[in-house]
Design a protein around this ligand. Structure first.
Ligand SMILES: *Cc1c(COP(=O)(O)O)cnc(C)c1O
Length: 398
């Protein structure tokens, strides 16, 4: 029944994705069902996208209503949902202005372009370098893959976009050494998601902030993966005691509808003037109406408190698991409901085993199991996953 779908996929879709042999058909909350009706508990959430769970009824209602009202008109005109979303993002963050795009990569493109223009307007040409981090991930467009500190993302696409300098993550001295009069921005993730759930220290970000301020270099936080409640605050930077000049969002902003956003302070945003940047689909009424509802729900203090509490519980349970499989589990780390478990070997076989037992988990950076469930996940589901992982780890050899 599903083999023809998978076979046709192999023929008609570009072969860029390694897929698991399952055809998913329906979702509700933290549950998914495949074409045979088999149920899965979702600890992937479309990679940190469906933070409110699948087909959240209030978001679905807004999508349906907006689809019957107005879907798209072009940014030649004003629409209410777009303006309302930007205003809500501004009220909930450090930012004064927003540019809407359609993905994380595009939001980062906008941030990189803004930084170059900001610096050029103020200081003239030549000051266009962006310091970015080893093992970072910023997207797959040419500029954002050039900004990404992973060779496997860049290989084959040379020549890369010029002007990115790579330094080790969480190392302020390395940034100091790379800093020069040619640098216009520092681009960094508060937690490296694709890079293996690496959590930067608050002190590191505070020193970055001071260094950037001193040199009028824009500090850009890529919160595409860790924003929108994932870490237990609406934005990850809120736990670092610093604010960036620019922040990018995407994944969970539309709970599954494609939307990206670049948020900036008034001072930084001044660099974008009439015609500086544009996107046909950026901020359509349909996606911004949905995202407005998503933001309203994710920003509830009691909801965010529950994310912190469940995240803490999940970490404790995984650390407990680590102590029982000390020779196979190297580390457990995370914040809120982005949690990583570093293994002593490649984790693919564990992901396969969990899939067959009805649990979707993900492995990144080869050896790091990454758990980014819908934020509505229950503690009972966390307990079930721990039991399954315990059994799978017993059988697994690194
Ligand atoms: C996923 C991701 C991106 C890229 O987003 P796309 O929507 O796939 O373009 C950029 N930065 C980070 C931190 C991400 O996790």
């Amino acid at each position: 029944m599903t083999q023809p779908v998978m076979d046709l996929c192999d023929q008609v879709i570009c072969s860029t994705y390694a897929r698991y042999p399952v055809v998913l058909e329906r979702g509700q909350g933290s549950r998914l069902w495949d074409a045979y009706g088999k149920e899965y508990v979702d600890f992937v959430a479309g990679i940190a996208v469906c933070n409110l769970g699948h087909c959240h009824p209030e978001v679905t209602e807004v999508i349906c209503r907006q689809a019957q009202t107005l879907v798209h008109v072009s940014n030649l005109y004003y629409t209410r949902p777009q303006v309302a979303l930007a205003d809500a993002l501004r009220r909930h963050s450090f930012a004064d202005r927003v540019f809407f795009a359609n993905s994380g990569a595009e939001a980062n493109e906008a941030a990189i372009k803004l930084a170059r223009k900001y610096s050029r307007d103020k200081y003239g040409p030549g000051r266009f370098h962006v310091i970015t981090m080893e093992n970072s991930f910023h997207g797959r467009t040419l500029a954002t893959l050039s900004a990404t500190g992973q060779e496997k993302v860049q290989k084959g696409f040379e020549p890369l976009v010029e002007g990115f300098l790579f330094v080790p993550y969480n190392d302020i001295e390395a940034v100091r050494r790379a800093m020069s009069s040619e640098v216009c921005a520092v681009l960094v993730e508060p937690i490296q998601g694709e890079g293996g759930v690496r959590v930067g220290d608050a002190g590191y970000f505070q020193e970055l902030r001071a260094l950037c301020t001193e040199r009028d270099v824009l500090l850009i936080f890529d919160e595409v993966q860790v924003g929108m409640g994932r870490t237990g605050t609406l934005f990850a930077y809120e736990q670092l005691d610093v604010t960036p000049d620019v922040m990018t969002l995407a994944k969970a902003l539309g709970n599954g509808l494609p939307i990206g956003a670049m948020l900036a302070t008034e001072q930084a945003a001044q660099a974008f003037t009439l015609g500086s940047h544009a996107s046909t689909f950026g901020g359509t009424p349909l996606v911004t109406a949905a995202a407005g509802k998503v933001l309203e729900l994710l920003s509830q203090p009691s909801f965010l408190a529950s994310v912190r509490e469940k995240g803490q519980y999940f970490l404790e349970r995984l650390r407990d698991l680590q102590s029982r499989h000390a020779e196979k589990v190297r580390d457990v780390r995370g914040r809120g409901l982005i949690v990583g478990m570093e293994l002593a070997g490649p984790g693919k076989a564990i992901v396969d085993q969990c899939l067959s037992k009805g649990f979707l988990i993900n492995c990144t950076h080869e050896t790091v199991l990454r758990f980014v469930p819908p934020l509505v996940i229950g503690k009972d589901d966390i307990d079930r996953l721990i039991d399954v992982l315990d059994g799978v780890l017993k059988e697994w050899t690194p």
